[in-house]
Design a protein around this ligand. Sequence first.
Ligand code: UDP
Length: 238
Amino acid sequence: KRADGGYRRVLLKLGGEMFGGGALGLDPDVVHSVAVQIADVVRTGVQMAVVIGGGNYFRGAELSQRGMDRDRADYMAMLGTVMNSLALQDFLEKEGVPTRVQTAITMGQVAEPYIPRRAERHLEKGRVVIFGAGTGMPYFSTDTAAAQRSLEIGCDAVLMAKAVDGVFTADPKSDPSAKMFDEISHREVLERGLKVADATAFSLCMDNNMPIIVFNLLTEGNIARAVRGERIGTLVSS
Ligand code: UDP
């Protein structure tokens, strides 16, 4: 954290579903608006890495329930995250923000391979680094990729952008008495059985004291607020 309470280097995790605008495929208007928000933040000097999900294309578990081999379906789903990464790169560069995509599965024509030290150099130079293809391994998730990358490249926090305001005591859609936490510890999230990220991702963050900020991406300017250390959404820390 900087002296003014803001973060110096963050990892932003975006769910794939929002990139699809609720449908299978890509909604360029959504990607554009996310890119504008990110560009505003990066121009203030904050270093930002991004991991995007692939739920707008496929989820391996769902395809395997319908008869596909799980590993192959997971690889297909990982390739979907690369398409999202390239789309975000395109709109970020149109905003004038230099961007590099690094993928966990090598595909030299469209992206760099994942090289952590090189990713850090890009960040130091003010480039946004987008990590595509998740962890490159079936049975994992892009949440886990976000947690692992944030640790390896030395981020101060993971910003979990959601379509809800934060972490609640219960699902606010089904339980109107549900209350949102402003702050909560990793341990209490576990003890209460709350869902912030999948278990693998969450335990990586907990074991390594990585703070997670869960916030609503649909509120304009929220990425900037989260990065400035303003109290929005829910801060999960040790
Ligand atoms: N996936 C995977 N390994 C990873 C990351 C992703 O196998 O390291 C596959 C998995 O099938 C997953 C899909 O890619 O369901 C999309 O990722 P995720 O579900 O995390 O996307 P999101 O829900 O954030 O859109």
